[in-house]
Ligand binder design. Structure first.
Ligand SMILES: Cc1cc2nc3c(=O)[nH]c(=O)nc-3n(C[C@H](O)[C@H](O)[C@H](O)COP(=O)(O)O)c2cc1C
Length: 451
């Protein structure tokens, strides 16, 4: 029998009206897309019909850009709360994974454990938590702080946070609930476990008041790429979202993270690396670039400065000569991997500040690819078969059109090449991603054992 080629994974990273900041002015853009339930229902249904592994909703609990006089010219200001939205989308979908961001800096582990376990029950085993440590000042100011927590410290907190959440998810063994009406036993107390966690950042007794979820534990996703972020992923994550632009950087990142997993006794297949990719599809490469330029033309140039500052970790370059090179920049407490990526990109391509900001405004520094459906598929295939990715998080520049074009044109091309599924492999997100259902840590202990 012919052996099936390794299959790539696909996520649809849904950002209100698309990832391009000018997309809201596209003639086909729905109005107020970030708060438009019908818009998200359409996207979720279409992604599911195309057999995507997941939809993903990123989140920041603040406006995405500063509040200067130009703020009224961007839509990155109003959005649904992602878990509430995913709960609604769970009701109109059956197979597709439902993944959302929740911050470890501005939540308590008990709340996060409870919400994602609930979503796992509601959706029949399709929930995933994207762990982020949050790097924006706006969020710090909304959560009792005057500045962003130091980078290393927030990752230490994240590590303990994840351990507590995973501990709480094991509160109930799979067969703890008896539901025995005749004897009057609702559950077996020997199969309920109290976490009793006391650590540096958290003191959490447990148990969780949500029974063991369909996937055992919701899928753990992680989206930080600094050295601390990679450590967290290597230790705990099952999917990682990342943002390398070149094949060689992607290969180095892929190898590095998978090698790190060995130190934690984990097999490399237990983590799927899914870079974000920003595809623009045209009848030719030139046509795709024209489409991009059209989107760029809808951006207020003044929005470029706060966007660039944000992705450089809060450094404002507006006082430097705009046609000069990027100055030396200190490493900030913000998004370190994106800052490094942009500085490398500017140096490698010899970009002026104007050229860099022009690019960042459009793509936020993500890997952008232009061309016909076949050319897009070529680039994805090269990165996938070349050891740079296990799949991709599709960041459509505008919605719904950019995602629908990808579904209608690129997905069939990937299928023709034997790289993407025709049908879902299973019913849960784990089954579709090829991830094992984790055993409950208490399951092999003798009944009544220490809890
Ligand atoms: C595809 C993708 C999705 C992300 N989604 C979010 C998000 O929803 N919220 C957020 O605060 N950060 C998000 N990030 C940023 C990361 O959480 C992280 O802050 C960033 O990669 C910097 O991490 P580092 O400081 O470890 O380098 C995302 C990154 C990528 C590549």
């Amino acid at each position: 029998m012919k052996q099936q080629k390794k299959q790539l994974r696909l996520g649809a990273f849904l950002q209100d009206v698309g990832h391009h900041i000018g997309a809201w002015r596209h003639p086909d853009a729905p109005l107020n897309a970030g708060m438009n339930l019908e818009h998200f229902k359409l996207l979720a249904r279409r992604a599911e019909a195309a057999k995507f592994d997941m939809i993903f909703l990123g989140d920041q609990m603040t406006f995405q850009y500063g509040e200067d006089e130009h703020i009224g010219r961007t839509t990155r200001t109003v959005n649904f709360e992602p878990l509430t939205l995913l709960s609604a989308l769970a009701m109109i979908t059956e197979k597709i994974g439902l993944v959302a961001t929740a911050s470890t800096s501005y939540n308590e582990p008990f709340n996060v454990a409870r919400k994602f376990a609930s979503l796992d029950h509601i959706s029949g085993g399709r929930s995933g938590w994207n762990v982020v440590t949050s790097w924006t000042l706006g969020e710090a100011l909304n959560f009792n702080r005057d500045e962003v927590m130091e980078h290393g410290l927030r990752y230490q907190r994240a590590q303990e946070f994840v351990e507590v959440v995973q501990g709480l998810w094991d509160s109930w063994e799979d067969d703890a609930l008896l539901n025995d009406k005749s004897t009057g036993h609702f559950f077996d107390p020997r199969k309920l476990h109290v976490l009793d966690h006391q650590g540096r950042f958290f003191k959490v007794r447990g148990p969780l008041n949500i029974s063991r979820s369909v996937q055992g534990q919701p899928v753990l996703v992680q989206a930080g790429s600094s050295s601390d972020g990679q450590d967290l992923a290597a230790r705990s994550a099952e999917v990682i979202f990342t943002a390398q632009r070149s094949l060689t950087d992607a290969q180095a990142f892929y190898r590095g993270v998978k090698e790190k997993m060995a130190a934690y006794g984990r097999h490399p297949d237990r983590l799927k690396i899914m870079p974000g990719v920003f595809p623009i599809i045209g009848e030719s490469e030139a046509h795709a670039r024209e489409k991009f330029e059209q989107l760029q033309s809808w951006v207020d140039p003044e929005i470029g400065w706060p966007v660039l500052a944000r992705h450089l970790g809060g450094i404002d370059l507006s006082s430097y000569p705009v046609d000069g090179p990027l100055p030396e920049l200190p490493l900030t407490q913000g998004n370190q991997s994106r800052q490094g990526l942009l500085v490398d990109f500017a140096r490698r391509e010899n970009l002026t500040i104007r050229q860099l900001y022009w690019h960042v405004t459009g793509t936020r520094g993500h890997w952008a690819i232009f061309g016909t459906a076949a050319q897009i598929a070529d680039q994805l295939e090269e990165r996938f078969t070349g050891g740079g990715a296990d799949g991709f998080n599709i960041m459509a520049p505008w919605l719904p059109g950019g995602l629908l074009e990808f579904i209608d044109q690129v997905v069939p091309e990937l299928r023709r090449r034997g790289l993407f599924r025709h049908e879902y492999a299973g019913a849960t997100l784990r089954e579709n991603l090829g991830l094992a259902r984790p055993a409950n840590r208490y399951a092999d202990r003798a009944p009544g054992g220490a809890s």
